[in-house]
Design a protein around this ligand. Structure first.
Ligand code: ZN
Ligand code: ZN
Length: 440
């Protein structure tokens, strides 16, 4: 008889521990499906997640051992499960929906509406899949509570509001998170996306872009459309700003670096023969390197001010920040450990390393940076693998998903309920298990 190599032995121990934890998942699935459909039918806008938070808190309280705190930073919910000596692992799920009219045709699609913070009556939809994140986290918390003999340590389950507006993580942290809850040794988070079910993607280092949004008010002097010489036309000023901003990335950012400058909204005037007093632009800027970010932000401010001056504006433009998402950076060695945990459950070849960061953004990274802990985030698949037939997984990691698949935020976006719930539970549990200590 030969002794197994230490690596094989370690892998076998990890797998046994994991099997002990996932025991009972099948029995949980009907309840998780019912929860998912309920959340999917009743999405709530950022900072309005009262029903969602109450559902999450009630489910968590029903699981033995969880200490549950509601109202953290608004509608945030934090669960703590203390289970002896061992690392403290923070698991985060975001809870907010979007003002999107669902067009999925699913029997459980939302027909709910809400009043947004500008007073508009808008449709609501879980178009980013945050309902899936809540469901998967509650599956993991249930299994951890059921199998306390299979692991040791402390788990923090964080149900975060307002990810879409980059306010939720900040609000929870500003509400005394660090003083009120155990300090995590690792922060873990996952996001569903249009990758094949069973696949997870991530990378060490920068994973998702920083995103900065601004409102720009350009001031002119209005007047009759027939006499532009007696006005300062903010429409022409705005047009010049929009065009000149296109040169920031093409002329000021190096070819090997990445940034995006998008003017997503432009508004001025009411009628064709009135030159208005002002114009408003809304900009979004993405970057994956702090130095590039500073450079791009400075260039945008410089161009807005200079174009206003070039037009003879009677007043300096106003540039107001709307929201700012930090760069999402995966701690390098922590990513390797987490990938091992994901591979234990999803399989050796199901976890892909992205060659470059994605331009989407997240506020998850604030938990790690503010609480002084390493953090790792990954995306997991919720799309029918049939749509990827013949596509090499490596191609998927390098070139991205097929264009025909609806992306998050699309009115058509919805992950497959099955097997996404089960695989999302397994992925988060596998990653958490990689950090927790072994049971007795
Ligand atoms: Zn989103
Ligand atoms: Zn999202």
């Amino acid at each position: 008889m030969t002794t197994p190599a230490p690596t094989a032995l370690t892998a076998l121990t990890a797998l046994t521990a994991l099997t002990a934890l996932t025991d009972g998942l099948d029995a949980l699935l009907p309840g998780l499906r019912e929860l998912y459909r309920d959340l999917h039918t009743h999405p709530e806008l950022s900072l309005q997640e009262t029903r969602t938070a109450a559902v999450a808190a009630a489910r968590l309280r029903a699981q033995p051992g969880w200490e549950v705190t509601e109202g953290v930073g608004g509608t945030g919910v934090v669960g703590v499960l203390r289970n002896g000596d061992g690392p403290t692992v923070l698991l985060r799920a975001d809870m907010d929906g979007l003002p999107v009219l669902a067009a999925t045709g699913l029997p459980y699609a939302s027909v709910d509406r809400a009043i947004d913070r500008d007073g508009n009556d808008v449709p609501t939809m879980h178009a980013c899949g945050h309902d899936m994140h809540i469901t998967c986290l509650l599956g993991v918390t249930a299994l951890l509570a059921q199998h306390r003999g299979a692991w040791r340590g402390t788990v923090l389950a964080v149900f975060q509001p307002a990810e879409e507006t980059a306010e939720g993580a900040r609000n929870m942290l500003d509400d005394g998170f660090a003083e009120r809850f155990p300090k995590p040794d690792i922060c873990l988070g996952q996001h569903v996306g249009p990758f094949p079910t069973g696949v997870a993607v991530t990378r060490p280092g920068p994973l998702m872009a920083a995103s900065d949004s601004y409102r720009v008010r350009l001031f002119g002097r209005g007047g009759h459309g027939s006499s532009p010489e007696s006005t300062v036309d903010p429409v022409v000023m705005a047009a010049a700003v929009v065009l000149r901003l296109q040169t920031v990335v093409s002329r000021e950012v190096g070819a090997s670096q990445a940034a995006v400058v998008t003017v997503g909204s432009i508004h001025a005037g009411t009628k064709e023969n009135i030159i208005p007093d002002e114009a408003e632009l809304k900009l979004n800027i993405r970057s994956v390197d702090p130095v590039v970010r500073e450079k791009v932000l400075a260039a945008v401010c410089r161009i807005v001010q200079a174009e206003a001056a070039a037009s003879g504006a009677p007043k300096e433009p106003e540039i107001t920040p709307l929201n700012a998402f930090p760069l999402t950076v995966n701690t390098a060695d922590a990513t390797a450990t987490t990938i091992d945990g994901l591979r234990d459950v999803l399989g050796e070849h199901a976890v892909l390393t992205l060659p470059q960061p994605i331009n989407g953004s997240e506020d998850f990274g604030l938990f790690g940076t503010e609480l002084g802990a390493p953090s790792v985030f990954w995306h997991f698949g919720g799309a029918d693998p049939a749509a990827f037939e013949g596509l090499d997984p490596e191609v998927l990691a390098t070139r991205g998903i097929p264009a025909k698949l609806p992306m998050n935020h699309s009115p058509l976006y919805a992950p497959l309920q099955d097997p996404t719930i089960e695989l999302g539970v397994r992925a988060l549990l596998g990653a958490a298990r990689a950090w927790l200590a072994d049971g007795e």
